[in-house]
Write a protein that binds this ligand. Structure first.
Ligand code: AMP
Length: 399
């Protein structure tokens, strides 16, 4: 069955068409600058040339319409008609406590996603618009929602509760939710496959290190803790997000600089992380690594603090799980940066880890990068959230 995977942001829409039987990518692309001047569709059929079409897209429905037109185009399309698309899998950011797994989208489900808008005001409304645009243009095609938060719903209460008055949980559902769940689930399963052991027998720590970054503790196939919280701001140092800070810093800056809460939240989300730590040098780890290797102190400060937080979370999760069989690196930085993996693993000799330097410098494959005999195994597992969404969608539609 061909599954169209849609990841809808506020002004963008990424898509992939995947054959769920062969798990092969058929086409992919994205719509950029939706409802903004200069919108364009980038479309690449598998094995074909990338095509860029400048076209006005007043809203997400027009964007979806252009995507469907590209997929069915006589010359460059990959399917003859929309009937060849069996289902649509939507990447959804926040499922709150409503969703612990992927689900067929119904009117009731849409209402529940709407209920979670308050928890993800930038993402959930855009996700809903994407669903409705697809429903309008592909009536009768089953739609499935795959939530970023779902995998983390197995966390025990002591891991997801904040030590603030309990009524805030009761009244507003303030708690840790965690994000990147589709990636954490996919990577922990793939790591088990690479190690040739059932995921239910392993204690795994997944480090999803990209522009947004999070770590999770996956014990016997279930998430028991993760570093992102009510929002994706908590946890590791990220590209421009601060990660964990003393909450009193917010009040301190507000008083010192007469700033509003919104202004400070903007600083913590957009001007902090390695960007802030490097004194505005860059939020891109490639730039930072190049500068670090040339002796730039701003870049060194940022990368060292970034790695230190990863080391700290790994230590915490080893303690929580009473050990770890595997540590996995994934996402843009986790998959592509031997430097960061080296910096992190240099502090993990207490787990019996030594890196195989040759393996650590390989790219684009699922690989064990610790030396044979290492107590805890270290792996690089390229994440594939779209494939994970296509798999979950196919499973639900078939059942
Ligand atoms: P993601 O959010 O998963 O797309 O990851 C984006 C981050 O990965 C950016 O900060 C990139 O700089 C970083 N990244 C991608 N490729 C590399 C690389 N070869 N070396 C270091 N960082 C990289």
């Amino acid at each position: 069955m061909n599954i169209l995977v849609i990841n809808c942001g506020s002004s963008s829409l990424k898509f992939q068409l995947i054959d769920s039987e062969s798990e092969k990518l058929i086409a992919k692309g994205l719509c950029e600058r939706i409802a903004i001047e200069g919108s364009r569709l980038v479309y690449t059929p598998a094995g074909g040339e990338k095509q860029i079409t400048e076209a006005p897209m007043r809203d997400h429905k027009e964007a979806v319409s252009l995507v469907l037109k590209a997929l069915t185009d006589e010359k460059t399309g990959v399917v003859k008609s929309l009937d060849e698309i069996g289902a649509v899998g939507h990447r959804l950011v926040h499922g709150g406590e409503h969703f612990s797994k992927a689900t067929l989208i119904t009117e009731e489900v849409k209402k529940a996603i709407q209920d979670c808008c308050e928890l993800a005001p930038l993402h959930n409304p855009a996700n809903l618009i994407g669903i409705e645009a697809c429903e309008a243009l592909m009536p009768g095609t089953p739609m499935v929602g795959v939530f970023d938060t779902a995998f983390h719903q197995t966390m025990p209460e002591e891991a997801y509760m904040y030590a603030i008055p309990y009524r805030y949980y009761q009244d507003y559902k303030i708690r840790r939710y965690g994000f990147h769940g589709t990636s954490h689930a996919y990577v922990s399963k793939r790591a088990a496959a690479v190690l040739g052991q059932p995921v239910e027998s392993l204690k795994t720590i997944v480090c999803h290190l990209g522009n947004g970054a999070s770590v999770s503790a996956v014990k016997y196939g279930k998430c028991i803790d993760t570093s992102m919280g009510l929002t994706p701001l908590e946890g590791l140092v990220m590209g421009t997000r601060s990660g964990d800070i003393d909450p009193a810093i917010i009040e301190f800056i507000a008083h010192k600089e007469g700033k509003s809460i919104d202004e400070i939240m903007n600083i913590l989300n957009k001007e902090s992380g390695v960007y802030g730590l490097s004194n505005g040098f860059s939020s891109d780890f490639r730039d930072l690594e190049d500068a670090y290797l040339e002796g730039n102190e701003d870049a060194a400060r940022a990368l060292k603090a970034f790695s230190q937080r990863v080391i700290k979370y790994i230590g915490a999760y080893v303690a929580e799980m009473d050990g770890a069989d595997a540590i996995c690196f994934t996402a843009g930085l986790g998959e592509n940066s031997p430097i960061i993996r080296d910096m992190v693993c240099a502090s993990l000799s207490y787990l019996g880890i030594t890196l195989d330097e040759e393996a650590n410098h390989k790219r684009g494959e699922e690989i064990i990068i610790s030396r044979p005999g290492s107590g805890t195994k270290v792996l690089v597992i390229p994440t594939n959230e779209e494939l994970a969404i296509a798999r979950e969608t196919a499973e639900i539609v078939k059942s």
